[in-house]
Design a protein around this ligand. Sequence first.
Ligand code: ATP
Ligand code: MG
Length: 421
Amino acid sequence: MIRAVKGTHDILPDEIGLWQMVEASARSLFGRYGYREIRTPVFEETQLFARGIGGETDIVSKEMYTFEDRMDKEGRSNSLTLRPEATAGVVRAVIENHLHQTDPALKVFAIGPMFRAENVQKGRYRQFHQVDVEAFGVADPSIDVEIIEMAVSYLEACGLAGSTLLLNSVGDSECRPAYTEKLRAALRKEASRLCGDCQRRIETNPLRVLDCKVPEDQEIIEGLPRIADSLCGPCEAHFAEVRRELDLLGIAYRQSHRLVRGLDYYTRTTFEVVSGALGSQNSVLGGGRYDGLVKDLDGPDLTGIGFALGMERLVMLLEGGRAAPRCDAYLAVLASAGRDKALLLQRELRRSGFATLMDYAGHGLKSQMKRADKLGARLVLLLGDDELSKGVWTVRDMASSNQQAVDDARVIEHVKEKLHG
Ligand code: ATP
Ligand code: MG
């Protein structure tokens, strides 16, 4: 038997209700903030991610699905990669299509699958899905707060409770290099007590040490210099305004000096929503400002801020009933000669906007009633030999168990009265 590839999963009809709700909430809520949907390809040239995400990140260094394209007629081929995240592709599309010229405060969102060669665990897959939000061209801290407030409202709209918003500033190209050096110097003193990964990071990317989850390293990390104490004047002012406006809007957050995000292009504001209920895969969404990214990818000097939410993790946190197929009226046809009449009625009912189902296998009354009940049908339209000869349908209201005979010509109208009236 062929099984789904490890780290991928089916989203089955029973589960789809939550997924559709989460997607519908995104479209409806984000629209109220001026966001429009964008859909970009699931694969791009490898160099887009290598440059846009940064070689030292987990994503680029070990998680990308990269493959050589088929050769063209000249015998050349390209290195392609399945997108591990959405931002780089969205930025490429913005630059390529000059979207920033049509709207100085461009807001877009994307929903779709991402691919990372990860160690598969609960809440960590190799094909997973993200809701991704990006806003370009606004440098003001008010947009940072607006996007954070939208993320929080979105989780609320989806019915998520009990999550925590974490906030930090990672400075910018003015102040971060000095902080990085300060951190590196402090880390060198502790090097022998750190895990192997962190020892390597001291030279390659010391900020990543702050992300380390190895228990033995935690105490050392807590004692390291904090970036908040090294911000330059403009970054400090930006961060203060973000916090002031969050307070103004009554949005609770916890400052976390260790929140540096995995990606190199982040500047100033970073944020994350975590939920204790997820265990070690506790991050529901993460985001921040990336003022240098668009220019780094050969675009205009355009500021940006965004977040990405993991849909599997959100759905895991939501209580969801099974989504049964919708059924307004169930047609129970017992007269073998009644099939044609039922097919015609079914078509008319569906055209009138009703969800109907019927049994094509000729099961008995008892079994068909049981199925109608299980489907949650509000009405059952019964056609036996008796009904057929009299030119009527027996209409049973499943809630009240009342039934009455209704003339063929009046059935549609009767169903409308029952279900709409
Ligand atoms: P983590 O620290 O859990 O690896 P990350 O920093 O790699 O997360 P991002 O790249 O910021 O995560 O992606 C944003 C969100 O996408 C995460 O908060 C998480 O909800 C989700 N996510 C990331 N990787 C996976 C994965 N392999 N499977 C399922 N969801 C994922
Ligand atoms: Mg990761």
